[in-house]
Design a protein around this ligand. Structure first.
Ligand code: GP9
Ligand code: MN
Length: 428
């Protein structure tokens, strides 16, 4: 009797593509700093409002000669939002169709996660977030992922007005985080999760330095102000990293976790994008989020492959020169010459190089033209993509729901011992 992992192993092997050798190991040995840009969408990159760039600091980083950016990169989250993004980025496994996998399975499941792997490759590992440790069950899931340190709210000096919404204001959070960061043994793998650009986009007057949008949708209009504030906090952090010399010793990756403006705000979205109205195709493209990697010596540029959060781990691993043969990862190196360009959304919709399916409608990805009467040949092509999407979601769910990685034996990975870690400041 074969293992439940066998068909999954077969699927992954059949769809495997060779990682790009030109990028292999170019970031080897560098610190890794991951900056989670809360709710930041790709459309704000290089966009102006009233003559001013919305995200000038991130734009500068995006255009740097050593930054590799991806402008057709999609969020693939479900109800788990931030937690789903974290799950995909650090495991190359999807969140679940319902709920948050980090909450339901993060405590008990076995994972072969990025932090644990990095630790086994000689890195120290730390996560930073200015909310309570228990949100999204991070205090347990991070142990399963192999984080040595988790600097949550209890580790920060909090004065009156330091917190808004889900946690510490980004500028204050990143200032204090940087002080911890520079004390970590190098090389380190660190992730910093911002939160100020989170719905309902509340920001006090003294932090406002750009006008609201004027769509008339009061939920949407202040998004530009919190995005601008997030950008300023990133600018400050990058300056600090340059000052301390860490910038040149690190690979810095930034990504947006998911949309900030939901599909319930179509008239406002149309206004912001300068469209007469929005189609399901426009909404699909609206799911793009920033993804960029900066590393000293890295040959920069903009990669246009249709890709998504599930691909981050394999893409990074190739840059870091870490091999994971036979890994249970559903993503692929986006830089691969044979990268497949199929992006699954959590509900089974997809974007691919040729076709986009969103909200039950089918479009040609290149033009946005709707396909209503599929030819038999088109039907065949679409079915092939849909089958792939359904299978990867199904197999990823099987791994998480069945805790199947407890059966996975790979010689490059040592099983994580959760009891090695304790994040509580008081008991530590
Ligand atoms: C809270 C934060 C928000 O800690 O990460 O999560 P989200 O609501 O975006 O999923
Ligand atoms: Mn989020």
């Amino acid at each position: 009797k074969g293992s439940q992992l066998d068909p999954i192993k077969k699927f992954i092997k059949e769809n495997n593509v060779p990682a790009n050798v030109e990028y292999k190991g170019v970031a080897k040995g560098k610190n890794v700093i991951i900056i989670h840009l809360e709710s930041l969408q790709q459309f704000v990159i290089n966009k102006k409002w009233k003559g001013e760039e919305i995200t000038p600091n991130i734009n500068k980083f995006y255009k740097d000669k050593n930054t590799l950016a991806y402008d057709n990169f999609f969020n693939q989250v479900g109800q788990g939002k931030t937690a789903d993004a974290e799950m995909m980025l650090e495991n190359s496994l999807f969140g679940l169709a319902e709920g948050s996998a980090m909450v339901t399975d993060g405590t008990t499941n076995t994972f072969q996660s990025m932090p644990a792997l990095m630790q086994q490759n000689g890195y120290s590992t730390a996560a930073f977030h200015g909310d309570v440790a228990s949100f999204w069950n991070r205090d347990n899931a991070y142990k399963s992922f192999g984080y040595q340190y988790f600097f949550s709210k209890q580790y920060y000096t909090l004065k009156k007005g330091y917190v808004s919404g889900y946690g510490m204001k980004d500028k204050l959070f990143l200032q204090q985080s940087a002080k911890y960061l520079e004390q970590l043994p190098q090389p380190f793998y660190a992730k910093l999760i911002t939160v100020s650009n989170h719905y309902p986009y509340g920001i006090e007057k003294k932090n406002v330095s750009i006008d609201k949008w004027d769509t008339g949708d009061s939920t949407v209009d202040p998004y530009v102000q919190t995005a601008h504030y997030l950008d300023q906090s990133i600018g400050e952090l990058l300056n600090y990293l340059k000052k301390t010399g860490l910038y040149n010793k690190s690979t810095i990756m930034m990504y947006g976790d998911h949309y900030g403006i939901s599909n319930n705000h179509k008239p406002a979205i149309a206004k912001i994008l300068g469209l007469k109205g929005v189609t399901n195709y426009d909404l699909a493209m609206f799911q793009k989020v920033p993804f960029m990697i900066h590393s000293p010596g890295l040959k920069g540029g903009v990669n246009h492959n249709y890709s998504g959060e599930i691909d981050v781990m394999p893409t990074l691993l190739n840059l870091l020169g870490i091999k994971t043969p036979g890994a249970y990862q559903f993503g692929h190196d986006i830089n691969s010459k044979q990268y497949n360009q199929i992006v699954a959304f959590r509900n089974g919709d997809f974007v691919s190089k040729k076709y986009t399916k969103y909200g039950g409608d089918l479009y040609l990805t290149a033009t946005g033209e709707q396909v209503t009467d599929e030819t038999p040949a088109q039907k065949q092509e679409v079915k092939k993509i849909q089958d792939y999407v359904n299978k990867e979601l199904e197999y990823s769910d099987k791994i998480i729901n069945g805790d199947l990685l407890r059966f996975a034996k790979l010689d490059w990975f040592k099983k994580v011992n959760k009891s090695d870690y304790s994040y509580n400041m008081k008991s530590a």
